[in-house]
Design a protein around this ligand. Structure first.
Ligand code: C5P
Length: 227
């Protein structure tokens, strides 16, 4: 068996990380959530007050990017990796709605992408990895052996995300979540640098009407064919 690279890209809240984590566990591969890395940089900028009402002070963030260190640490309770920002576990904070509202504006900054893509490439050097994001199959690992592009209708994605946030005790309404999903789709798909696109050799999975189990089996089989 040869280790491969599995790239899972797609729209916001399509369940990419859920399926990617499960796949990594099953194959005994490394799992990297690249969205968490963009979220950590966003949190860093918010804490420094470089984001005001959705507007990012790009110059300040770029000037201080070298002070951002991102690592992952295994969490035995959740069975997956938590994000560490400058020695602090920020896994919970980066999932807040406020971070979701700002992250796409930070993710379109060239210097931010350059820094994170470099780390992502290093993490996948030895293969045996499942990485999820927006540009993994198109930019980070264009030579990935398996590329999946996940999508679903915006309403269904927002409903899933809303349920998830409610369960965590966040005080939000559905409209707010739907707007955030659409807003992120729009910025992610239309930015100049590494927009969210389906690579020609990616396999598209619309999971609007698929159960998690069906989707997982489908992707696992595609992976097994390539290992
Ligand atoms: O995957 P998640 O929804 O946590 O990603 C948060 C945001 O980070 C996305 O909406 C996108 O703006 C950005 N992102 C990106 N490239 C990636 C992963 C995430 O631009 N590879």
């Amino acid at each position: 068996m040869k280790p491969i690279v599995i790239a899972i890209d797609g729209h916001s809240s399509t369940g990419k990380s859920t399926v990617a984590k499960r796949l990594a566990k099953q194959l005994e591969y490394k799992y990297v959530d690249t969205g968490a890395m963009y979220r950590a940089v966003t949190l860093f900028a918010m804490r420094n007050n470089w984001i005001q009402e959705g507007s990012v002070d790009e110059a300040k963030l770029i000037e201080n990017l070298s002070a951002v260190e991102i690592n992952f640490e295994y969490n035995p309770e959740s069975g997956t990796n938590d994000v560490i920002l400058n020695d602090e576990n920020v896994e919970k904070q980066i999932r807040a709605m406020e971070v979701s509202g700002n992250v796409s504006s930070v993710a379109k900054i060239d210097e931010v992408r350059e820094k994170l893509v470099q780390i992502q490439k290093q993490l996948g050097e030895e293969k045996g990895i499942v990485m999820d994001g927006r540009d993994i199959g198109s930019v980070v690992f264009p030579e990935a052996e398996l590329k999946i592009f996940m999508t679903a209708s915006a309403d269904i994605r927002a409903q899933r995300r809303y349920n998830e946030l409610k369960e965590k005790g966040e005080n939000i309404n559905f409209e707010e979540v739907l707007k955030n999903v659409q807003h992120r789709d729009d910025i992610d798909s239309n930015r100049k640098n590494s927009p969210l696109i389906q690579s020609e050799d990616a396999i598209k999975i619309d999971n609007s009407n698929l159960s998690q189990e069906e989707q997982f089996e489908k992707i696992l089989n595609l992976a097994k064919e390539r290992i």
